[in-house]
Design a protein. Structure first.
Length: 364
């Protein structure tokens, strides 16, 4: 059984496994979760002034069976509250969207380019509106194994949900969806050896890669019927509130609202997605990193995003930091990392978001 224990940095030893990501104020990952600590890393943590970290102990046993008492099952049934409506894509919609997005990125000069982008976005909007979706489960959105296609649909869907949560109009939600689909269309102009490189890009290669925002803007500018707001979102989706983004190094109010929404969705999806050169972060760790990026991302849209994410769907099993396995019975929108759960062995109710007695308990 895996346990999570908070340990003072002065008591850390080589060989211990850290069970949290250590990030700096810009959101960069300094030490990844599940890293085995050595003397260099321990010394670095102490020099940074980190008072303590969570350490991972024990081994996971996925086959361990837990006998649940009838009273506990009754408690679970009594307290269970269905999750907010989530956006779902039917197989037929996934097929249409997958084919459409591949067409967009393979033939940017097609006279049907604008209509295809519009049709895909309307399909996604219908999936959101037909069940009044206000939340999303990222794992359920997959439409393609190819990263660029999947990423584009993920970003478009997440961005539309964020826009809806933020109170934007239907026209704005639709336009943000189009911008999300096309935010990386400029990558069609990037050499494949850079775009599909299995390792880290060199400084020169990264400079070339950053041009995809300019290329995308140019592609859209040559089309008829693409609103300027959509073009601004595509051009600026890598800008940062603190001015350290690209390509224009814009700050705060200079950045379009569409780009601010896209940036949140783009970064989150990039973090959780596995690529040839990196493993994907867990949804939990990615959300923690997003929440730390207050100098780069718009805080209001970040909050809207946090309110829409369901990390632990109702009925899912989780492991608490006290070592107990528990079932999720209710999610709290403002606190996606702290749902209400019921311990399977103890039958205890742990309201992680609202009960002060549970303040020291987290989900691993």
């Amino acid at each position: 059984m895996v346990r999570r224990r908070y340990t003072s940095t002065r008591l850390l030893d080589e060989g211990m496994v850290i069970d949290q990501a250590i990030i700096d104020r810009t959101g960069r990952i300094l030490i990844a979760r599940k890293t085995v600590l050595d003397s260099f890393l321990i010394d670095a943590l102490r020099k940074m002034g980190v008072p303590g970290v969570y350490i991972r102990e024990g081994e996971e046993d996925p086959d361990e069976e837990i006998e649940v008492a009838p009273e506990t099952l009754e408690t679970i049934a009594k307290l269970k509250v269905a999750d907010r409506a989530k956006v779902t894509l039917s197989d037929s919609v996934k097929q249409r969207v997958s084919q459409g997005i591949q067409f967009l990125y393979s033939d940017t000069n097609s006279p049907n380019f604008t209509d295809t982008a519009s049709n895909i976005t309307h399909s996604l909007m219908h999936a959101i509106s037909e069940n009044d979706a206000v939340a999303m489960n990222i794992d359920a959105l997959k439409v393609s194994d190819e990263y660029t296609f999947k990423h584009s649909v993920d970003v478009a869907t997440m961005a539309m949900i964020i826009a809806r949560k933020s109170g934007m109009s239907e026209v704005e939600i639709y336009q943000i969806g189009v911008a999300g689909l096309l935010h990386d269309v400029g990558k069609s102009q990037i050499p494949n050896e850079i775009l599909n490189k299995a390792g880290k890009l060199t400084e020169e290669e990264f400079t070339i890669m950053k041009n995809h925002t300019l290329f995308g803007y140019k592609i859209l500018k040559e089309k008829s019927g693409i609103p300027s707001e959509i073009m601004a979102g595509v051009l600026q989706h890598h800008e940062k509130i603190n001015g350290r983004g690209y390509p224009l190094k814009l700050t705060g109010k200079q950045i379009s609202s569409y780009a601010k929404v896209l940036s949140v969705a783009d970064i989150y999806d990039a973090l959780v997605t596995e690529r040839p050169y990196k493993k994907g972060f867990s949804a939990h760790d990615a959300l923690e990193m997003i929440m730390a990026m207050t100098e780069e991302l718009d805080v209001d849209y970040m909050r809207s995003f946090i309110d829409t994410v369901i990390l632990y769907p109702v009925d899912s099993l989780v492991t608490l930091s006290n070592g107990e396995r528990a079932k999720v019975v209710k999610n709290t929108p403002q606190y996606p990392m702290r749902p209400k759960v019921v311990g399977l062995k103890s039958g205890k109710v742990f309201d992680l978001a609202n009960d002060i007695k549970c303040a020291s308990i987290i989900i691993e």
